[in-house]
Design a protein around this ligand. Structure first.
Ligand code: HEM
Length: 355
């Protein structure tokens, strides 16, 4: 079946998104954002109108927690965030969706909401959840993430006090942990920003490109070669969709379990260019699995390949490094003073809670 143009579809979706989810809680968002303005101008730099809402709210918040309290008269505890985690875990599995789980697309949402960070001017990152705005939602790299945003909105409706930045990053943490991955240290404190905080297109990696491009993109976030390889291991999860990126297929045989299979397959399988009417991608000998040109770059580049080999041979090392870098990724762009605790938390898996 011919796929609809990704561009057309993302525009349709983004239009739908602009008016659909979150409508009910937008007022709260404005109040929370404005309360933050009232207390700490460095969080949010402009908008007389927002400051006015802040004045109307009559608040003087000094932290994200205080902003929530000012807007809702409620101070969430770690237990409250664990409840949000559990509610996300509850909606992960769905046999009618993809490979049976929303986990992979939640990981992608968490990553794309954070990976826009630019260390040179401090813009982007997970703080303001700017993918809520059409200007960012419509970036080609974000095609298909409307599915994740709409799904996780079910949790937002139950816990309207949580910011979108915290919700989306916690979604990634929950998905990794529930899909048998490592614990991901995480803490709340992100606040929701405004459309003017949306990032320009082109900050996320382009899968048709190779090593130089990956370095430009990830170095801008403050990461190095080691981190690029470790983070790419998330492609053990999920799949490419023709109607989202144009690419097609999963990277591994167990796309809903976090493993080091991506590296083993990259190192040990024979990869050939697929002959088809889609964008250039590689296939394994079973013609079931795929690699993007950007994935394949990790074994074509000497520096990257060193780490691919380490992770193919040592799953524990991969889990430990992934945990560290993914946790860092999710905190990009968030001023330290905004976090509710000096150290990140370890959220419990549903399995740990039931035993
Ligand atoms: C290194 C550069 C990267 C490139 C070029 C890239 C590109 C892509 C592309 C083209 C897709 C397919 C989207 C679709 O059609 O649905 C995808 C999916 C995915 N990416 Fe990446 N990605 C990169 C890095 C990462 C990182 C750092 C993470 C997380 C730490 C990540 C997590 C995922 C996940 C979990 C999926 C599957 C989503 C699903 O099943 O819906 N990717 N990526």
């Amino acid at each position: 079946m011919p796929a609809a143009s990704p561009v057309t579809r993302s525009v349709i979706r983004a239009r739908g998104y602009a008016t659909a989810p979150g409508g009910g809680s937008n007022t709260l968002l404005w109040v929370v954002g404005a309360a933050a303005v009232a207390g700490g101008g460095y969080w949010y730099y402009s908008a007389g109108s927002a400051a006015n809402v802040g004045k109307e709210a009559g608040t003087a918040a000094k932290s994200a927690t205080q902003a929530i309290k000012a807007a809702t008269n409620f101070t969430p505890s770690k237990d409250d965030y664990q409840k949000v985690y559990n509610a996300i875990a509850d909606i992960l599995e769905d046999n009618d969706y993809d490979d049976g789980s929303y986990g992979p697309v939640f990981v992608r949402l968490a990553w794309h909401s954070s990976g826009t960070y630019d260390k040179n001017d401090g813009t982007g990152g997970s703080n303001y959840a700017t993918m809520r705005f059409p200007s960012e939602a419509q970036h080609g790299a974000n095609a298909g993430l409307d599915v994740a945003r709409a799904k996780i909105e079910e949790v937002k409706e139950k816990f309207p006090w949580i910011s979108y930045g915290d919700l989306w990053t916690l979604g990634g943490v929950c998905a990794i942990q529930e899909m048998a991955g490592p614990k991901i240290p995480w803490r709340p404190g992100r606040i929701d920003g405004f459309a003017k905080d949306a990032t320009p297109d082109g900050r996320l990696p382009d899968a048709t490109k190779v090593a130089d491009h990956l370095r430009t993109i990830f170095y801008r976030m403050g990461f190095d070669d080691h981190a690029i390889v470790a983070l790419s291991g998330a492609h053990a999860l999920g799949r490419c969709h023709r109607d989202r990126s144009g690419f097609d297929g999963p990277w591994t045989f167990s796309p809903t379990t976090f493993t080091n299979d991506y590296f083993e397959l990259l190192m040990n399988d024979k990869w050939t260019w697929r002959k088809w009417d889609g964008p250039k991608q590689l296939q394994d000998k079973t013609k079931t699995l795929m690699m993007l040109p950007s994935d394949f770059a990790l074994v074509q580049d000497k520096e990257f390949k060193k780490w691919v080999k380490v992770y193919a041979e040592d799953s524990n090392k991969f889990f430990a490094d992934f945990s560290k870098y993914f946790s860092e990724l999710l905190e990009l762009g968030v001023p330290r003073a905004q976090f509710v605790s000096s150290e990140p938390w370890i959220m419990k898996t549903t399995e740990e809670q039931s035993s």
